[in-house]
Design a protein around this ligand. Structure first.
Ligand code: SAH
Length: 229
């Protein structure tokens, strides 16, 4: 599903206003961060950056639609406060990693993990052009090549974990790296997927609910992805 088709929509701010109008964004902080990070810097050259649709970015990967980015930021907002730690698994273009970095600020930590090294390299170039560039330079924002199913133990535990690809089941390493009080947003399933909201309670127990039906590319091995799954 999509909320608008982008006719005449050519500005990042208007995209954010649409998302507010349709009720996808209710938080001022989420609106601000999506206004600050220009989506056009993260989509392939010439592509219509502000259309509410996922877009191919090569290597059988896609950049998620604006309403999915907004939904995930809304769900994670309380866990992206200044000073907190955030992990973005399958960081792709780096768009959401950059948004996380702005939200947690220079005292926080935003980490992207992506298993296609070429996408890691281009995401770093994208971020360098964005308002998140100083955070990358100072080191509170980083993007790494690796298998995101293993998380990124170095900066764990995380207040927020976002997974941008659909997992057949929730990887244990990601549950382990979630802080008590932390929240993970992860699409789970194969053909049919639900966006799951996974909360780790203060006693370490886990609560899971389904937010909505979604369609993401699979969280898989690099070989399987490059073969076309
Ligand atoms: N959220 C990103 C990308 C979404 S596409 C964006 O909006 O730009 C999902 C990404 O997950 C792809 O870039 C894909 O290469 C990556 N991916 C899939 N399986 C992975 C794995 N096991 N480890 C790390 N990254 C993975």
């Amino acid at each position: 599903m999509r909320f608008w088709i982008g006719n005449g929509i050519n500005k990042n701010k208007q995209m954010v206003e649409h998302l507010q109008h349709y009720g996808v964004i209710s938080s001022m902080k989420v609106a601000e961060v999506m206004e600050t990070i220009d989506r056009a810097l993260f989509v392939p050259d010439g592509a219509s950056a502000y259309v509410d649709s996922p877009m191919a970015i090569g290597y059988n990967a896609t950049i998620s639609a604006p309403h999915m980015h907004a939904t995930c930021l809304q769900l994670l907002e309380q866990n992206l406060q200044p000073g907190m730690h955030a992990l973005d698994v399958g960081s792709g273009t780096g768009y959401l990693t950059a948004c996380f970095a702005i939200m947690v600020g220079p005292q926080g930590r935003a980490v992207g993990v992506e298993h296609i090294p070429e996408l890691v390299a281009s995401s770093i170039k994208n971020i360098e052009k964005s308002t998140a560039a100083p955070l990358l330079k100072e080191g509170s924002l980083s993007v790494h090549a690796g298998d995101g199913r293993q998380g990124w133990p170095e900066c764990a535990p995380y207040d927020a974990i976002h997974v941008g690809a659909a997992a057949p089941e929730i990887p244990q390493a990601l549950l382990d790296q979630l802080k008590p009080g932390g929240r993970m947003v992860i699409p789970v399933g194969n053909m049919f997927q639900d966006l799951k909201v996974v909360d780790k309670n203060m006693d370490g127990s886990i609560s899971i609910r389904s937010e909505t039906s979604v369609r993401y590319v699979p969280l898989t091995s690099r070989d399987a992805q490059l073969r076309g799954y």
